[in-house]
Design a protein around this ligand. Structure first.
Ligand SMILES: [Zn+2]
Length: 125
């Protein structure tokens, strides 16, 4: 299944959008070029909401709580995990995890979710 706009292969579920009355199956990137046609929720989608920005609103909007690095470190140590062990568990390098704990780097959304899940903490506001 390739995106009908950019032609790249679509991983996962294609998104159906409407462009000038035509329905296209497209990748996440190209979904912004049209109006997303229903899918997940049954009915009740407000068109105005989708017109603004259709692209992963949740991912763009997350904000980390203050002291997230310290909390990650504390929870990791509480669970007796080294940076290497936790890093391996969530699929990032220990050096990257160290930087996240020092709050030098803000983890991207998938990484953040994995950290939250592994340590059973909530790091977003
Ligand atoms: Zn595309």
């Amino acid at each position: 299944m390739n995106c009908e706009i950019c032609g790249k292969p679509i991983f996962g579920k294609p998104i159906t959008i409407e462009v000038d009355g035509a329905y296209l199956k497209v990748c996440e990137e190209c979904a912004k070029y049209g109006k997303i046609v229903n899918e997940r929720k049954s009915g009740g989608i407000k068109e105005s909401g989708f017109a603004k920005s259709s692209r992963n609103q949740v991912e763009d909007e997350y904000e980390l709580i203050d002291g997230y690095g310290r909390i990650i470190k504390e929870m990791r140590e509480k669970m007796n995990l080294t940076q290497e062990q936790l890093g391996r568990k969530i699929g990032i390098k220990p050096s990257l995890l160290a930087k996240i704990e020092q709050e030098k780097i803000i983890p991207d959304y998938p990484t953040l979710r994995k950290i939250e899940y592994s340590l059973k903490v909530k790091l977003r506001k």
